[in-house]
Every structure is written in structure tokens, then in C-alpha cells.
Design a protein around this ligand. Structure first.
Ligand code: 3EB
Length: 331
């Protein structure tokens, strides 16, 4: 693995505790199929989405230290020399509704970042139980977007630099809304996808408040670059393509990823993101029975070297069956 990546990311077969008790440069360990309410260390991030492929693995983030851990209000964090990971799990049984829970999570996140030496969120992951439940604007994803906008748009009409993001639905019996992030000392370079309408400009039909995220951000540290890719689905313009065709949806998502990486190359001039062994892809799948067709499509269309994991998760539009996110290095 190259040391030029600001954040070294990998999937590992050893247990979460082996990594938490292991090397001193571990910033975070993500364990799948576990309730976010059961974090045992500030660096330990249990994620409710079950892993669909085998063997079971954890996602490990490593960076330059020293690493300092702690709890701040409702948030747990691990702060490295240049980067911070933070996570919040809110028990929805103690919240009046999803909008309020989302607003609270983002209020805490923003208050934490304001006093942190790493105040710029680069990417935020959001895992939302029963994300498609509720009709029309009552849908939990739309309520989540409202709460996020309540917190983030302090001055409406004034759009802050937006981090990359992923928003995926977790199991219905999971009690917690989970938000976790990677943040740095400087803002990332925002990249939009020329094939897609920017999410904050989505038309009204998708909900009362547009989702607030950039399609990707580029993190630069000591001359090394890393591309943080937002959740990327089969959306062209603002519309879902290939309804009910899971393999075609995955191919379209990959076209979107390539288009985004090309746009990043155009903006950076010299360097280019690479889907190689330093990178990871997370593939979210709505219906577990689609695992094999998705795996075959990815194997045919993405380089074999890039690390990947398949998670069961609902996509934020009912007609989307799969989505990809990732972190890749630039050379
Ligand atoms: C899309 O392209 C798919 O609300 O934070 C992807 C990534 C999506 C992030 C978010 C939503 C979010 O619109 C949905």
C-alpha cells in the first residue's frame, strides 16, 4: 500500500478489536452489521448495514498521528495529525421525528467542527433506518434532508462549500440514525459531475429541501491527493435511469464515477484518480438477491485490484437498486 495516500483505507479480515488494540496509526475501524449504539471506543464505528459478501471484513482508516480520541457532546472523535474522523449515533426512540434528529446530528457536528483544528468536512456518511418509509414529503429521507438543511443553511441563499456525502437506508429495526465524517484543516476541492444535475439544484419533485452534498471532493495533503466519491447511483441529469434493471443501474453508476473522476482530472490538470489497490469501493444493494449480478457487473467493468465490499442498504429513491461510493488515490 502506498504511503502517499493522506488516509490509508483498507478492508481487513481481522476483528475490530485486533485493529483497535493494534498499530498506533489507526484513526477508525468500521464494523458492519452492528448497531451504531454499540461503539466501544471513539475510533470504533459499528455500522448497521449487513455485509453481503464474505469473508467478513472491517474497514480500517490509518493516517499520520499522533491520534487523540475523545467524546464531545453527543459525538465521538479520533483526531490525527491532519485529519479527524467523528461519528454520532442518535437513538430515534428518543427523538420527536427524523427531521429533528437530522437537525440535531448536524448541529452537533457543526458545533464540533467549529472548535476543531480540522474544521472542514470532506465527506459525510449518513445511514438512515427505514429511509423510504412515509409517503410523499413525509418520506424519512426527505425529512432527513429537511433537518440537514435546517442545520446547514444558517443563511438561506448562501450555500457553504459542500462535502461529499453518502445517504443510505439501514435496517428498519435499527434504532439509530448514524452520521460519520472525515474532516481536514482545509476545505476539499469540490467536484461536480457534468452528467448529473448538482444535487442542491434538484427540482421540487424530489422533496422540499434539496440534498446538500457535492458529487466528490479532492483532499490534498503534503502533495498527495485522494478523491472522496459521493454515493453514486443511476441518476443522469436528475432522473433515475434503468428502472428495475439492476445490472444496468450499476453500469450507469460506474459511468458516473468515471465522468466525475475525469472532471476532477480536468480541474486538477496534472494528477488523475485511479481505481487501483490503494482505493476502496462500497457497493450498496437494496435486494440481497442481486448480489451476484452486481458482483459480476463490477468484476467486468472495474479494475480487479480495487478493494471492494458489498453492503445491504436501501437507496434514497425507491426506484434505485444500487449505489457505489469510494475513496481512491490520485497519481
Ligand atoms: C443521488 O444521486 C443519490 O442526501 O447526502 C447520494 C449521495 C444521494 C448523497 C445525500 C444522496 C446523498 O441523488 C442519492
Amino acid at each position: 500500500m502506498s504511503d502517499s495516500m493522506p488516509l490509508r483505507v483498507s478492508y481487513q479480515e481481522a476483528s475490530a478489536s485486533d485493529w483497535l488494540d493494534g498499530p498506533d496509526d489507526v484513526l477508525a475501524v468500521f464494523e458492519f452489521g452492528r448497531s451504531p449504539l454499540d461503539s466501544c471506543d471513539p475510533r470504533h464505528v459499528p455500522v448497521a448495514l449487513p455485509q453481503l459478501d464474505s469473508p467478513p471484513r472491517v474497514e480500517v482508516w490509518r493516517c499520520e498521528g499522533p491520534i487523540k480520541c475523545g467524546t464531545w457532546d453527543l459525538l465521538r472523535f479520533a483526531q490525527g495529525g491532519h485529519l479527524t474522523m467523528g461519528h454520532i449515533a442518535l437513538d430515534l426512540r428518543e427523538q420527536p421525528g427524523m427531521r429533528e434528529a437530522s437537525r440535531l446530528a448536524y448541529d452537533v457536528l457543526q458545533a464540533y467542527l467549529q472548535q476543531s483544528p480540522h474544521p472542514w468536512p470532506l465527506k459525510i456518511w449518513n445511514y438512515i433506518p427505514a429511509i423510504n418509509e412515509g409517503a410523499g414529503d413525509e418520506e424519512l429521507y426527505r425529512q432527513f434532508c429537511l433537518g440537514r438543511a435546517d442545520a446547514v443553511l444558517i443563511d438561506p441563499g448562501d450555500l457553504p462549500p459542500l462535502p461529499a456525502a453518502t445517504a443510505i437506508g439501514g435496517p428498519r429495526d435499527e434504532a439509530a440514525l448514524q452520521v460519520y465524517f472525515l474532516a481536514g484543516a482545509l476545505p476539499g476541492l469540490d467536484v461536480e459531475n457534468p452528467r448529473q444535475v448538482s444535487a442542491w439544484r434538484y427540482p421540487r419533485q424530489y422533496g422540499p429541501r434539496s440534498p446538500l452534498f457535492s458529487r466528490g471532493t479532492i483532499l490534498t495533503l503534503n502533495g498527495a491527493r485522494q478523491f472522496l466519491i459521493s454515493g453514486t447511483a443511476s441518476v443522469v441529469g436528475h432522473q433515475t435511469h434503468h428502472e428495475n434493471q439492476v445490472a444496468n443501474q450499476l453500469s450507469e453508476s460506474l459511468r458516473n464515477v468515471h465522468s466525475l473522476l475525469n472532471e476532477g482530472h480536468r480541474l486538477m490538470g496534472d494528477s488523475r484518480a485511479r481505481l487501483d489497490r490503494d482505493g476502496i469501493l462500497k457497493v450498496y444493494i437494496r435486494n440481497a438477491e442481486d448480489l451476484e449480478v452486481i458482483r459480476q457487473t463490477l468484476e467486468a467493468e472495474a479494475p480487479a485490484e480495487i478493494q471492494r465490499i458489498y453492503l445491504k442498504g436501501d437507496i434514497c429513491r425507491e426506484n434505485l437498486l444500487t449505489e457505489i461510493d469510494g475513496m481512491v488515490g490520485c497519481a
